[in-house]
Design a protein around this ligand. Structure first.
Ligand code: AMP
Ligand code: MG
Length: 513
C-alpha cells in the first residue's frame, strides 16, 4: 500500500483551467491532468530496491490492479495526477514555457521512514504542456531511462530513480533522425521517482514572467520540504547549497564518464540529481569533446568536457531568477561555491581513481598529461582506470593498459608516452606509502568495472523490441554492483565492439524519444 501526501498540489497554486489542451499556464505551478490509458500494459522491468524503499511487498507491482496505475490506466487511492509548469534555456536560449509535456506526477508517497518520494509517469499521454507533441515515449528511450537511473544510483551518483518500465502494447510514431522517415515503434511508460522533480526552469519561468509572488511561493516550498536546514536563513545561503550540490553532481559525472547530452536548464534538478535521461552516453574512447547527442554534434555545447562549464552557466541563469527575491539583487558571487564544491569533489574523486590519499600540487598536471595520452591513444576510459592498479607490476603494467586500446596504431602512438607517464605516476605513488594491495582495493571503489555502455543498452533494447526482456534484468543485476568484479559477467564489461562504433543508439543518439 502506498500512502500519499501531495504537498506540491496542496501548498502551491494550481491551474483553474482543467481542459487538457496545449496552452500557456499562468499564475500556477501545476495543472490537473489524467494519464491517457494504454491498450495492453505489461511489466517489462522494475527496481526491487526502489520498490522496497517505498515499502511495497514482493509481487505487489505485478498485480494487474496495481500495474494498471503505472501504465496510466488507473488511479490508486491518494493519487492526484498533475503536470507541473516550468520554463528553461535550451541550447543557450530562453525557450519560454516548457513544462511536463509527457510527464504526469501521480503524487508524493511518504514511506515508513518518513521519506517523501514523488512518483512520476513519463510517456503517459498529453498534458497542457505537450505543445504539438504526443505525450508518449518509445520503449528504447524508456528502457534507457529506467536502466540508467538505477545504474547511476548504484554507482553513487545522485539521480532520480526508476520504479517500473511498462510496455504499453501501443505504437508511437517517431522520426528518429529527423530526416523525414517516421516509423512506428513500441511505446512504454516509465515510473520515475525522486524526492522532487523541481528543476531550475521551475524558478526561471515565474521570474521571466515577473510573477514574483509565485516565485516566492516556489522557493518557500522548496526550502520547507527539500532543504529544511535552510529554513529561516538568507536566500543566498540556500542558493549556495544548490550550487554546491550541482558542483558535486557534475564531478561525479566526470568520475564515471557520464555525458548527460541535454543540459538545458529545464533538465537541471534543483536537488542536484541527474534528471531527464535522454540522449545521454558513456565515454568509451576518452574524448572530452564527445557528445552523444546528434542535435548537439555541431556545437558540442553538451560534450563531456564542457559539462562543468555548462552547469555553471545554468546556475547563473538560476541565480538571475532567484536574484529577483534577493535584497541585493545579485547572487552571482555565490557561484564561487559551485566552483569550490566542483573542484574539491573532482579532486577527491580523481585522487581516489589514481589511488592518492590526497590531491597535491602537481597532481592536476599529472592527470592532465594522462588525459592527453588517453585521448591521443583512443583509450577506453572505464577499462583504463580499472587496469591502472597494475602500475605496481612494472613488467606488465603497459600490457594491462593496452587492453583499453581500440586501435593498435593509436596505442602504438602513445605507448612510449604512457611508459614515461607511469614512471612519474610511480614516483608520486611512492610519496603515499600505501601498500599496493590496499591501494588497488581502494582504487576499485572509484573506478567502476561495469557501466551502462551505450551498446549494452542498445542490445537490451533490440532484445526487448523482439519480445525478450531478460537482458534488461541481466544488465540491471550486473549494474547493481558496478565496482565489484563479477566472475562470469565479464561480457558486460567488454569495450565497445567494432559494430557499435557508428551504429545509431550506440555512439550517437537523437533527442527523438
Ligand atoms: P527534453 O529536453 O527532452 O527534456 O524536453 C523538452 C520539453 O519537451 C519538455 O517540456 C518535455 O516535456 C517536452 N517533450 C519532449 N517530448 C515530448 C513528447 N513526446 N510529448 C510532449 N512533450 C514532449
Ligand atoms: Mg526535460
Amino acid at each position: 500500500m502506498l500512502i500519499f501526501d501531495n504537498a506540491f498540489c496542496r501548498e502551491l497554486p494550481g491551474d483553474a483551467d482543467e481542459r487538457n489542451v496545449a496552452r500557456q499556464v499562468h499564475g500556477a505551478c501545476w495543472s490537473r491532468v489524467m494519464p491517457t490509458p494504454v491498450a495492453a500494459p505489461r511489466l517489462l522491468a522494475y527496481s526491487r530496491e526502489m520498490a522496497g524503499r517505498l515499502g511495497l511487498q514482493e509481487g505487489w507491482l505485478g498485480a494487474p490492479e496495481n500495474l494498471a496505475a503505472f501504465a496510466g490506466n488507473a488511479i490508486l487511492p491518494g493519487m492526484e495526477p498533475y503536470a507541473s509548469c516550468y520554463g528553461g534555456h535550451q541550447f543557450g536560449h530562453w525557450a519560454g514555457q516548457l513544462g511536463d509535456g509527457r510527464a504526469i506526477s501521480l503524487g508524493e508517497v511518504v514511506n515508513e521512514a518518513g521519506e517523501r518520494w514523488e512518483l512520476q509517469l513519463k510517456g503517459a499521454g498529453p498534458t497542457p504542456f505537450s505543445r504539438r507533441a504526443d505525450g508518449r515515449a518509445v520503449l528504447r528511450s524508456s528502457l534507457r531511462e529506467f536502466l540508467c537511473s538505477e545504474a547511476m544510483h548504484h554507482l553513487g551518483v545522485p539521480t532520480t530513480r526508476a520504479l517500473t518500465l511498462v510496455g504499453t502494447g501501443e505504437e508511437v510514431l517517431r522520426d528518429m533522425f529527423y530526416d523525414g522517415h517516421p516509423e512506428l515503434e513500441p511505446g512504454a511508460v516509465v515510473c520515475r521517482v525522486a524526492p522532487s522533480f523541481l528543476r531550475f526552469g521551475h524558478f526561471e519561468l515565474p521570474a521571466a514572467r515577473g510573477d514574483l509572488a509565485l516565485l516566492r511561493r516556489l522557493v518557500d516550498f522548496a526550502v520547507l520540504h527539500h532543504f529544511p536546514a535552510w529554513q529561516g536563513k538568507p536566500l543566498e545561503d540556500w542558493f549556495q547549497e544548490v550550487c554546491e550540490r550541482t558542483g558535486r553532481l557534475v564531478a561525479r559525472w566526470m568520475q564515471v564518464g557520464f555525458v548527460h547530452g541535454v543540459m538545458n536548464t529545464d533538465n537541471m534538478s534543483l536537488l542536484g540529481l541527474t534528471i531527464d535521461y535522454g540522449p545521454y552516453g558513456w565515454v568509451e574512447d576518452f574524448d572530452p569533446g564527445w557528445t552523444p547527442n546528434t542535435t548537439d554534434a555541431a556545437g558540442r555545447r553538451y560534450c563531456f568536457g564542457r559539462q562543468p562549464e555548462i552547469a555553471r552557466w545554468n546556475l547563473e541563469r538560476l541565480a538571475e531568477a532567484l536574484a529577483l527575491l534577493h535584497p541585493g539583487g545579485d547572487l552571482s558571487s555565490s557561484l564561487r561555491h559551485y566552483d569550490e564544491a566542483y573542484h574539491a569533489e573532482l579532486a577527491r574523486l580523481f585522487a581516489g581513481k589514481l589511488g592518492l590519499a590526497e590531491w597535491k600540487d602537481g597532481d592536476a598536471e599529472l592527470l592532465g598529461e594522462l588525459f592527453e595520452l588517453m585521448q591521443e591513444g583512443e583509450l577506453d576510459m572505464t577499462e583504463f582506470f580499472r587496469q591502472l592498479p597494475h602500475v605496481d607490476d612494472e613488467e606488465a603494467a603497459l600490457a594491462h593498459l593496452a587492453q583499453a586500446a581500440y586501435r593498435p596504431e593509436r596505442w602504438q602512438g602513445v605507448a612510449m608516452g604512457l611508459h614515461a607517464w607511469l614512471g612519474r605516476y610511480r614516483q608520486r605513488l611512492a610519496q603515499e606509502g600505501l601498500a599496493a594491495g590496499a591501494r588497488r582495493t581502494a582504487m576499485n571503489t572509484f573506478n567502476p568495472r561495469y557501466v551502462l555502455r551505450n551498446y549494452l543498452a542498445q542490445q537490451a533494447i533490440d532484445a526487448a523490441e523482439a519480445g525478450d526482456v531478460s537482458r534488461i534484468e541481466a544488465l540491471l543485476e550486473v549494474l547493481r554492483r558496478p565496482y565489484e568484479e563479477q566472475p562470469g559477467q565479464e561480457a558486460f564489461a567488454a569495450k565497445r565492439p567494432e559494430w557499435a562504433r557508428s551504429r545509431a543508439g550506440c555512439s550517437m543518439l537523437s533527442c527523438s524519444s
